[in-house]
Ligand binder design. Structure first.
Ligand SMILES: NC(=O)c1ccc[n+]([C@@H]2O[C@H](COP(=O)([O-])OP(=O)(O)OC[C@H]3O[C@@H](n4cnc5c(N)ncnc54)[C@H](OP(=O)(O)O)[C@@H]3O)[C@@H](O)[C@H]2O)c1
Length: 313
């Protein structure tokens, strides 16, 4: 299957900002729809990449975007709802519209970003809705699909370790909800490579892949590793389950960008680690310790991501 022309939904986000340059470097022509073009300036300079303003929730706009596309990559996702029904809209309704627009426009390949822990029975709406969206994609016929389910993703521009780095820089003591929750963080470069490789491999059609790094950490261990990387001596105060719930509730009432919600608390009740795909079909996984130095680096991109995070965008 020749896949010259690709449309990457959510291509301006953290994962997309690593994936789109890789796709362009491999010779794909990439179209990235964005809600606001100026927010994805960093992609405009890439040869073979076009950024267009579009409302991807409008089925007609989606069909126009997909016309002439050989494949579509859907990275759209949110961790916090800013209004009721946000998870449903981004994780279920959008994949449904994407499938319909692929069918109408003749796009033959779809890569879909789900999440490790996606579970129809979870108390977390994030995990429930990710599961529903993933099920729609996996049930699709007449299109070659591949689903990816990463644990938490780290790398330059991430929102997870960078958020803790910000908190640690500001506070001598960090109360930590979900301190014992386990994660198997995966490097964004490895996630991008898995997507790009999957496009080239027909045996990935119809498959779903969990993506994890080489090691499992508790959240407390990740926060302490972040502090050590930044050369900061900080006290991490692990909160128990009940205290974590109330901490999340309190954070929901805080004005400004969301950093934690009760939905995140529910999601952290089960470990976010890989139990399948141990064979690493997309090659060796990058250890967190070998790249974590990016947290020390400042620069325009980091300032931009900080600005977006603080603005809740
Ligand atoms: N990062 C992780 O640790 C992690 C772990 C597991 C799974 N994932 C999944 O991986 C995907 C990419 O994550 P990421 O970290 O790159 O997230 P991100 O930086 O927040 O990027 C998400 C992208 O989706 C777009 N988007 C979100 N809601 C939208 C909406 N309602 N309408 C249109 N566009 C919308 C954003 O557009 P704007 O730029 O306009 O906001 C952005 O381009 C998501 O599906 C996420 O659930 C991420």
């Amino acid at each position: 299957m020749t896949l010259n022309n690709l449309c990457v939904l959510g291509g301006g986000g953290f994962v997309g900002s690593h994936l789109v340059p890789l796709l362009a470097a491999r010779g794909h022509r990439v179209v990235v729809p964005a809600r606001r073009r100026e927010r994805v300036k960093h992609l405009l300079v890439l040869p073979g990449v076009e950024v267009v303003e579009a409302d991807i929730h409008d089925p007609a706009a989606l069909q126009t975007l997909f016309a002439g596309m050989d494949g579509v990559i859907n990275l759209v996702g949110i961790l916090h709802e800013t209004r009721a029904g946000g998870f449903q809209r981004a994780h279920v309704e959008l994949p449904r519209k994407v499938l319909a627009a692929c069918a109408a426009s003749g796009a033959r390949r779809l890569l879909h970003m789900s999440a490790l822990g996606a579970d129809a029975n979870s108390k977390s709406r994030y995990q429930q809705s990710k599961s529903e969206g993933e099920a729609l994609v996996r049930a699709a016929r007449d299109i070659a699909t591949t689903v990816f389910r990463p644990s938490v993703v780290f790398g330059p521009g991430d929102r997870f370790l960078t958020l803790f780095a910000d908190l640690l820089r500001r506070a001598p003591v960090v109360p930590l909800a979900g301190a014992d929750a386990c994660f198997q963080p995966v490097f964004v470069g490895d996630v991008a490579r898995a997507f790009a490789d999957a496009l080239e491999r027909s045996h990935c059609h119809g498959q779903a892949y969990d993506l994890c790094g080489p090691s499992v950490y508790t959240l407390a261990e990740l926060v302490r590793l972040t502090a050590a990387t930044l050369g900061l001596r900080r006290r991490v105060l692990p909160l128990g389950t009940t205290a974590s719930y109330w901490f999340a509730r309190l954070m929901e009432l805080k004005p400004g960008a969301r950093i934690m919600t009760r939905d995140n608390h529910y999601a952290m009740q089960s470990d976010n680690v890989c139990t399948r795909n141990r064979a690493r079909p997309f090659g060796a996984a990058t250890p967190l310790e070998s790249v974590i130095g990016y947290l020390k680096e400042a620069g325009p991109r980091r300032d931009y991501m900080d600005f977006r995070r603080h603005a809740g965008r």
